[in-house]
Design a protein around this ligand. Structure first.
Ligand SMILES: Nc1ncnc2c1ncn2[C@@H]1O[C@H](COP(=O)(O)OP(=O)(O)O)[C@@H](O)[C@H]1O
Ligand SMILES: [Mg+2]
Length: 509
């Protein structure tokens, strides 16, 4: 073996060499890009759009976080809508990429290298049960035949909340504007919010405080109200929607306001649930307490996604709240203004509930036309009480009891609310369980009467108040906490900040 001979390179040597070569090429490429006044991202965009993007105008659009998913849907639809359309997504690598606009990322003079990496995705709810994977930071390279765009999707922190931002570059500014307009149209048309039941809470929550609720399923017989009362509500809320075209043709307004009032525990929220279960396909917004601050958003979306129902729960609670807006107006004033501002021909129902109609009376009479009909949801009459005993005692054999059997229990609950009667039945069931630990639970008229009398004697006034009774004309107003407890079933009740969010995507067009 001569001394000039070298040992053959091992696999490891070759691997090390390959890595070094790749790094060398990469460094050379970055250097070349920098010398040309560009970076890896800008070069990729230039290759796609056909011009150096540094010289192109950026058209941008801010959208509320809850519409990030609608943007994703719109992009997918946009591609499907044209045979020559395609889209490719690239991510951006680099230290503070998130705090930069598209224009800044495409330019030079960064302290970090703007490279290409994997896009950032996030799973966002698009129904009560499902989520959709959305781009939350990435550049879409979009093409329709020869027309080309690059669009950055990013999330921006704006004080207490976030917003999504879309930024588009293409050869012509008008082309970017057209693309955004088309995406807006598709986002509204295919919005995942359409036909859903949505709770709007305080706003610091994820996705702007929007939450999908499962649509309630409540059969008509599960809501015990006098027939005349229930059909009056149905006429205004459900039937108008069914006769929409004919009413419009006859120049009748579609927008309507219905107020349900009555003592706590009589079934106002229960009625809302029944109506929601009837109105499948109708987009519903449920606002309560401080969530009522989102009235402006709810109204814009209700208009975009009509037919819609906007439920404003326990509106008396905001009658004195002056924290809204700079004018020192009450939140209630703002709510009534928004209802008024929506226009007459939109198929939107406003459904307001309150335990304290006295508080609302002045505000409503000062601004007539916001509420077309006020329906009292009163404590049940004799027939109602019998129905309630049978409804809540279905599993206890109460349905088989005669009116006479139930008469004493009915007398003992006169003037009490439906909630109260439901609790009487529960206590009767408990008593029966304690009496006999083995057999299937059965309650008699007597057990019910006894439960009603004991509950009445319950020393805790709070218990009775929470159950919505007794209703005495001179009594103190029902404790303020009671409606709040009830509102919690819609979740997200609590103090919030005034939001200065962008208007919904599509609302400005
Ligand atoms: N009219 C009614 N028919 C049947 N159940 C009722 C009725 N009213 C109240 N309930 C029962 O009591 C519960 C609380 O009533 P809710 O609708 O929240 O009262 P409100 O909103 O008037 O204060 C309901 O979830 C339901 O179980
Ligand atoms: Mg209620």
């Amino acid at each position: 073996m001569s001394s000039s001979e070298v040992a053959a390179p091992t696999g490891d040597d070759l691997r090390r060499l390959a890595t070094s070569l790749i790094q060398l090429i990469e460094s050379a490429r970055q250097l070349a890009l920098a010398e040309r006044g560009t970076n890896e991202l800008a070069a990729r965009v230039e290759e796609h759009v056909g011009v150096a993007p540094q010289d192109l105008p950026v058209v941008s659009q801010s959208i509320p976080m809850y519409q990030l998913v609608d943007v994703q849907v719109a992009i997918e639809r946009w591609v499907e809508d044209g045979a020559r359309r395609s889209t490719d997504v690239v991510g951006v690598r680099g230290g503070q990429r998130r705090s930069h606009t598209f224009g800044e990322l495409l330019g030079t003079g960064h302290t970090f290298r703007v490279g290409i990496g994997p896009p950032d995705y996030v799973d966002v709810p698009d129904s009560p049960d499902t989520t959709r994977t959305c781009i939350q930071f990435g550049v879409l390279l979009m093409a329709d035949g020869d027309e080309r765009w690059a669009m950055l999707i990013r999330i921006e922190d704006r004080g207490p909340f976030q917003q999504a931002v879309l930024e588009v570059v293409s050869k012509e500014k008008a082309g970017s504007q057209n693309l955004l307009a088309e995406l807006r149209r598709l986002a509204v048309l295919h919005s995942v919010l359409r036909g859903q039941v949505l709770a709007l809470s305080r706003g610091e929550g994820e996705y702007g405080g929007f939450q999908f609720l499962r649509r309630p399923t409540l059969r008509r017989e599960e809501l015990v109200l006098p027939e005349a009362t229930l059909s009056q509500i149905e006429d205004h809320v459900v039937s108008v929607a069914h006769h929409r075209e004919r009413l419009l043709a006859a120049r009748q307004h579609l927008k309507r306001g219905v107020l349900l009032y009555g003592p706590p525990g009589t079934g106002k929220t229960h009625t809302v649930r029944y109506l929601l279960s009837q109105l499948t396909g109708v987009t519903a917004f449920v606002l309560s307490g401080q969530g009522l601050r989102h009235i402006g958003h709810a109204c814009s979306l209700a208009r975009l996604l009509e037919p819609s129902l906007v439920v404003l729960e326990d509106v008396d609670l905001i009658a004195a709240d002056r924290s809204f807006g700079p004018m020192g107006n009450t939140l209630l004033f703002e709510v009534l203004n928004q209802i008024d501002g929506l226009g007459e021909d939109v198929d939107v129902t406003f459904l307001l509930t309150t335990n304290r109609v006295d508080i609302l009376e002045r505000a409503l009479s000062e601004r007539p036309g916001r509420v077309d009909v006020a329906v009292e949801i009163a404590v049940p009459d004799t027939e109602g009480r019998l129905r309630l005993f049978r409804l809540y005692g279905r599993g206890l054999g109460v349905a088989g009891l005669s009116d006479d059997d139930l008469a004493p229990a009915s007398r003992a609950t006169e003037g009490r609310t439906a909630t109260y009667i439901r609790e009487v039945v529960r206590r009767a069931a408990l008593a029966a369980a304690l009496e006999d630990g083995t057999a299937a639970l059965r309650v008699t008229g007597q057990t019910l009467e006894r439960a009603a009398t004991t509950l009445l004697a319950d020393r805790s006034a709070l218990t009775r108040s929470l159950l919505g009774g007794p209703v005495e004309p001179d009594a103190e107003p029902p404790i303020q906490g009671a409606p709040a407890i009830v509102s919690r079933m819609w979740s997200g009740f609590g103090p919030g900040k005034v939001r200065q969010e962008p208007p919904p995507f599509g609302a400005e067009g």
